[in-house]
Design a protein around this ligand. Structure first.
Ligand code: HEC
Length: 293
């Protein structure tokens, strides 16, 4: 009898010892028979150090340190002739889309009547009025530097391109790159067409899966937006749209802005831009399809 009790107790103790302590938190280090090099005196990131007066093990750069370049910084330090613009990012126009100090801008705000209530029009929508306030001085057009940076790299054997041909090629390159980046980063929400939207009629898959309020690029408000402001939306996000500064480089943000302009034009080009003979052909096509008119 005692034997059986001892057996049962032995099994119970073994089960508790092997399984019962799993999942418990402990501040002790796990058992390691051989320590190898896992444990050695060192500072890990964000750890404390009693050595420095601010108690941080991570040190800040020496004051007035000048950033030169990022790739191969350590090996190149001091060997470059010029600081790297992309590290310093001093140029407000190219890196932030800002032309200068804040300016007075006009914005649309709902008209307020007596008792602080919004005045509604006959369509039950609030009547808007213009209000002046200080706002960012966004640049109107994509900066020269973005176009310059997209210049094709020509080999010696290439035929000599004129200045205006080069300009055209630069724009083509910029727009092409913008299309590619747009389809990767933005189309999931705004749709390949840029119509955005939500629910069943959403143009982007995220809208179809429930995200609300995705902007439609083909509204006058966004058509009239300055290039710098769209650039800023990619950099810093806007309301429920998050920032894409980490995923998309400055040059690529300008490329996307260029492509958004192409998308907008594709949905809103004046008929007068179509050559006259083409227009005649269209008319015949349309008449053929709807003979009653
Ligand atoms: C996760 C979904 C999502 C993605 C991805 C996304 N957006 Fe948006 N975007 C939104 C939403 C939602 C809004 C509306 C924000 C608001 O409430 O004003 C918006 C608004 C905008 C606006 C209008 C901003 C304004 O001032 O009203 C622009 C321009 C825009 N997005 C451009 C882009 C570009 C360019 C990209 C790609 C780099 C992008 N978006 C990627 C969701 C997204």
């Amino acid at each position: 009898m005692i034997k059986i009790i001892l057996w049962v107790m032995g099994i119970a103790v073994t089960i508790v010892l092997t399984l019962g302590l799993r999942g418990q938190l402990s501040k002790n280090r796990p058992w390691h028979l051989f320590w190898d090099m896992k444990y050695q005196p060192k500072y890990t990131s964000q750890s404390l150090s009693p050595f420095f007066t601010d108690n941080r093990s991570m040190r800040l750069p020496v004051e007035r340190t000048l950033a030169y370049t990022v790739p191969g910084y350590y090996s190149d330090a001091g060997m470059l002739d010029l600081p790297d613009d992309d590290v310093l990012q001093e140029d407000d126009v190219y890196y932030r889309g800002i032309a200068g100090p804040d300016i007075e801008i006009e914005i649309d705000v709902p008209k307020i009547g007596e008792g602080g209530k919004q005045i509604l029009g006959s369509d039950k929508k609030p009547i808007m009025e213009k209000k002046k306030e200080m706002g960012k001085n966004w640049i109107q057009n994509i900066p020269r530097q973005a176009i310059q940076r997209s210049r094709p790299i020509l080999s010696v054997s290439d035929k000599k391109l004129t200045e205006s041909e080069l300009e055209l090629e630069s724009w083509k390159g910029l727009i092409k790159r913008g299309q590619e980046r747009f389809l990767i980063h933005c189309a999931v929400c705004h749709g390949e067409s840029g119509y955005g939207g939500q629910g069943e009629i959403a143009h982007g898959i995220v809208g179809r899966y429930g995200m609300i309020g995705i902007a439609n690029y083909h509204e006058d408000r966004i058509r009239n937006m300055r290039d710098g402001e769209i650039f800023n939306t990619i950099t810093n996000g806007k309301n429920t749209m998050s920032s894409y500064a980490h995923q998309i480089k400055v040059q690529d943000r300008w490329a996307i802005v260029a492509y958004i302009r192409v998308l907008q034009l594709s949905q809103n080009a004046p008929v007068s831009w179509v050559p006259a003979e083409e227009r005649e052909k269209w008319k015949k096509e349309i008449l053929k399809k709807s003979p009653k008119e």
